[in-house]
Design a protein around this ligand. Structure first.
Ligand SMILES: Nc1ncnc2c1ncn2[C@@H]1O[C@H](COP(=O)(O)OP(=O)(O)OP(=O)(O)O)[C@@H](O)[C@H]1O
Ligand SMILES: [Mg+2]
Length: 196
């Protein structure tokens, strides 16, 4: 069945002139693109996304070195109510943060070949009850569950980033819709735009 944007998405498209976000639909996926102009804006987007995640969700994050993947992870964890400081796992590849829902933070930067992946035990984590956030997710791309939310961070300037969120599964699409809606409210507040 072909996915159609919900009524609120059509309203968003019509009404959100002040937004730093936009969306499109292609390849069976919903894509939402957010412009970030600072680390703080990326953190804030992460907090919003974190606020809508629940058990079993997987977020795969792509982007070059220094793109802001770890900044986004920090925001997501804050949004999830994690009090612990997030720290990129280096030689362990995987950190666990305890919170209302446990979060696994995986960083695959140092993964060399698929053989290394086998030693990680990532399947139990990714298909388990916790929330999993994966930096350098491209290294695990063929194995990620179809319910993942894909994030791609493109560096467009020293402090500017284009952050793309994409999902194919219904519930994950609606998470992205929710994030878009909260961005609309925030941006309108920032610009003093009070249109209905
Ligand atoms: N708009 C922005 N969003 C996020 N980070 C930004 C932005 N502008 C500048 N930065 C800076 O970019 C850097 C991003 O670092 P971060 O560790 O999050 O990148 P990363 O993608 O995780 O890199 P790595 O591949 O090394 O793990 C930080 O120093 C941050 O201050
Ligand atoms: Mg990082």
């Amino acid at each position: 069945m072909r996915w159609e944007p919900s009524g609120r998405m059509e309203d968003f498209r019509r009404g959100c002139l002040a937004c730093r976000a936009r969306f499109s639909f292609w390849g069976g996926q919903l894509h939402a693109v957010f412009d970030s102009e600072s680390e703080e804006q990326t953190l804030s987007l992460g907090r919003k996304l974190g606020g809508f995640l629940s058990r079993g969700d997987v977020v795969g994050i792509k982007g070059e070195l220094g793109a802001g993947k770890s900044v986004l992870v920090r925001g997501i964890c804050e949004g999830l109510g994690i009090k612990q400081r997030t720290r990129s796992p280096s030689f362990t590849f995987m950190n666990r943060y305890r919170g209302p829902v446990d979060v696994y933070h995986i960083d695959l930067y140092r993964i060399g070949d698929p053989g290394d992946l086998a030693t990680l035990g990532w399947e139990e984590v990714v298909y388990g009850e916790a929330i999993t956030l994966i930096e350098w997710a491209e290294k695990l791309a063929p194995f990620l569950p179809p319910v993942s939310i894909e994030v791609d961070i493109e560096v467009t300037g020293e402090e500017t980033r284009e952050i793309r969120l994409a999902a194919v599964a219904e519930r994950q699409k609606s998470i992205i819709e929710d994030v878009l809606m909260t961005c609309e409210q925030d941006d309108e507040r920032d610009t003093g735009d009070t249109r209905d």
